[in-house]
Write a protein that binds this ligand. Structure first.
Ligand code: 1GP
Length: 233
């Protein structure tokens, strides 16, 4: 069975709490050559700010996914290709492994399973909001990460394994170890990718390179460079 992400190299993650730089539009963002846009963030998410970004991107021709950070912000919108639901495999709190998911199913009696995929997150930057929120154990060796990736793929059937260094550039050797451990799951890498070289380096190991902050800190040209790096890798 093929999945859309089998053909992706690069994803842009848009955080609805942040403002695009002056003069940059969502149209510009969608035209950078990225393979897909994920709308999501850890803090400050509301249905309103999520919906606004989804609506702004929906006018443009790029696959659009929501990555809801909690059950109350899931947006029902036909413009979305689907929902990528994070499960944090190294979370200290079980809420982020199955608890939030249980709440979602409890309050939403019409979950769109056809368009729902879970992503196995392995959170690696202890300074990131997502690490604090989920009480993640980020003290992991390459072996630990590879083993989590295998558990995600083999025991939990996760289509996507996501090495998340959000806010900092990660260790390529750890990403390589995860890549060697996964055979069927798509390996996503996100964190601190800021130019051609970093996108290329992580893209050598990961199937998909995710870029976030750069869209807000730098803008269009920098994103386009990372698209080139991820595609050349
Ligand atoms: C965040 O993995 C993404 O969820 C991207 O990280 O913002 O550091 O690019 P950055």
């Amino acid at each position: 069975m093929t999945a859309p992400w089998d053909d992706w190299d690069h994803v842009l993650k848009l955080d609805p709490e942040k403002e695009l730089p002056d003069g940059v539009t969502y149209g510009d963002i969608c035209a950078t050559g990225t393979d897909a846009i994920e709308v999501g963030g850890t803090t400050g998410m509301t249905e309103e700010n999520m919906s606004a970004v989804i609506a702004a991107c929906a006018e443009h021709d790029v696959p659009l996914y929501q990555e809801p950070s909690n059950p109350s912000v899931v947006v029902e919108d036909d413009a979305l290709e689907g929902y990528l639901i994070p499960t944090v495999f190294n979370a200290g709190s079980p809420f982020w492994i199955t608890g939030a998911h249980k709440e979602w199913v409890r309050i939403d009696d019409d979950v769109d399973w056809e368009r729902t995929t879970t992503e196995a997150y392995i959170v690696m930057n202890p300074e990131a909001d997502v690490a604090t929120l989920t009480e993640a154990d980020c003290e992991l060796s390459a072996d630990d990460v590879a083993s989590y990736a295998t558990v995600a793929e083999r025991m939990f059937g996760q289509e996507i394994v996501y090495i998340e260094y959000s806010g900092t550039y990660g260790d390529p050797e750890i990403v390589r170890a995860a890549s060697e451990a996964t055979e069927e799951s798509a390996l996503f890498y996100g964190g601190g990718v800021s130019n051609y070289d970093s996108a290329y380096e992580m893209g050598r190991h990961a199937d998909v390179v995710v870029v976030g902050n750069l869209a807000y800190d730098e803008g269009i040209e920098a994103i386009a460079e990372t698209v080139d790096g991820a595609k050349d890798a």
